[in-house]
Design a protein around this ligand. Sequence first.
Ligand SMILES: NC(=O)c1ccc[n+]([C@@H]2O[C@H](COP(=O)([O-])OP(=O)(O)OC[C@H]3O[C@@H](n4cnc5c(N)ncnc54)[C@H](OP(=O)(O)O)[C@@H]3O)[C@@H](O)[C@H]2O)c1
Length: 502
Amino acid sequence: MNTDLSNIFVIFGGTGDLTYRKLIPALYNLHHENQLPEHFAVVSIGRRDKTSEQYRNELVDSVKQFSRFPFIEEAWKTLEDRIYYEQFDFSQDEGYYHLKEFLQQLDQKYQTNGNRIYYLAVAPEYFGFIAEKLKIHGLIENQRSWKRVVIEKPFGRDLQSARELNQQMIQVFTEENTYRIDHYLGKEMLQNIMVIRFANALFEPIWNHRYIDHIQISSSETVGVENRGGYYEKAGALRDMIQNHMLQLLTLTAMEPPINLKTESIRDEKVKVLRSIEEFTKETVIKNTVRGQYGPGKIKGKNVSGYREEERVSPTSTTETFAALKLHINNFRWSGVPFYIRTGKRMPSKSTEVIVQFKQLEHTLYFKEYKDYLMPNLLVIRIQPLEGVYLQFNAKQPGTKNHIVPVKMDFCQNCQVGSNSPEAYERLIYDVMKGDSTLFTRWDEVEYSWKLVDTIAEVWQNQPIVFPNYPSGTWGPKEADELLHRDRRRWWNVGEGELMKL
Ligand SMILES: NC(=O)c1ccc[n+]([C@@H]2O[C@H](COP(=O)([O-])OP(=O)(O)OC[C@H]3O[C@@H](n4cnc5c(N)ncnc54)[C@H](OP(=O)(O)O)[C@@H]3O)[C@@H](O)[C@H]2O)c1
């Protein structure tokens, strides 16, 4: 990690959705918290014709709408003065000549020492191309400065394309200077999973197959594809969610304690989890995975259309908007413990959580008489929108009878007044400036995730499916319930408030 945080933050895709909704509001929030380096400037690149003045004015609305801190004119003024718009088509060489000169001028003005963050907020097919142009035009020469690149998901469409892309990127940026964003890793509660596990005598000793029955990792959204139909048609839930966010959640939940808190030690343990996942075969894909696509239905009482009726979606699309799978991690800790993963759009509620279900005590005093009432102990790590930890256990119901009821201990991190967790992008951008890549995905993590996902995708591609197979506003196709029912288990629909009502 370096101490010289000064840099010019260069955004390719400066007029795009990600920049307006996430990057600029995150920079504003960092500025608000005095986290931006003193020597700092932003250069945003796009093709649209506008001056820096016009661009800054446009950004005001997105900061007002998307920033977690209120818009304060004076604070914004001191940031916007350092934001510049550069109009050029990045497929043309001329723009890079001018960009190089302009960045050198800004280096003088802001004393940024030649340090650069190149944030590629553009379609993935341009990542390699832009990196190569930056190299050809001398925009990544070191000369006692640092140059880093940030790339957005998706990192490839399958293992083959991810390898090709990686090959292109490593010609230009070392692994150490490549920051592959998985914005889930920037979420507060993801970072908390390690603390909860490894800083509590209450949890770590029982975090294994002797005490844990199974683990569910679930992420549901109420929205459909909205205006991202074009992208989503090529991705689907498996590539859009499972390959990255869901497998990252899995690795943090299942990994062994790292030897220390250094970036590579943590990443090494995460990779070991991915390597230990039992390989899928055609038979296990058919048996242990479920895909779905939403049809018309109701969300919060409002009629909504099916996926096939969405903009830029084929009326005969076979893209999945729901995926569920059961997998095993073949190591000593997790022997015999299934992990169930589920993600979907247009479900009844928006929520992401990890649910650890503990084994039932057998032959206890109460088991014989109360076995129908005894609920399993559950530890729920809530990732979003609510952040916190919830523990369910059994207790006696007050009264003269010996009734046993489940009760809860509920720590809600962002329910407290004044709590205002940083947005994932704030944390991640700040880490790139510091040179800390712990919360970014290393190449071998990407590689192993794609291996797993490719096997499933290939079987799915060759198996006919009748879509749509779940109405909007439901928890996915009935096969997803059966996946657990046949193991005498069930999904816990936390987002619906199922557990919280207790
Ligand atoms: N939006 C999100 O919430 C989100 C979430 C996760 C990941 N991502 C990823 O982030 C990246 C950007 O997504 P986005 O939604 O922001 O895309 P977008 O709204 O379509 O923006 C694309 C940007 O690329 C610029 N661009 C395209 N071709 C160009 C060229 N030849 N020369 C110069 N600029 C060019 C566009 O500039 P002009 O319009 O001015 O030409 C625009 O600024 C993608 O990789 C996406 O997968 C986005």
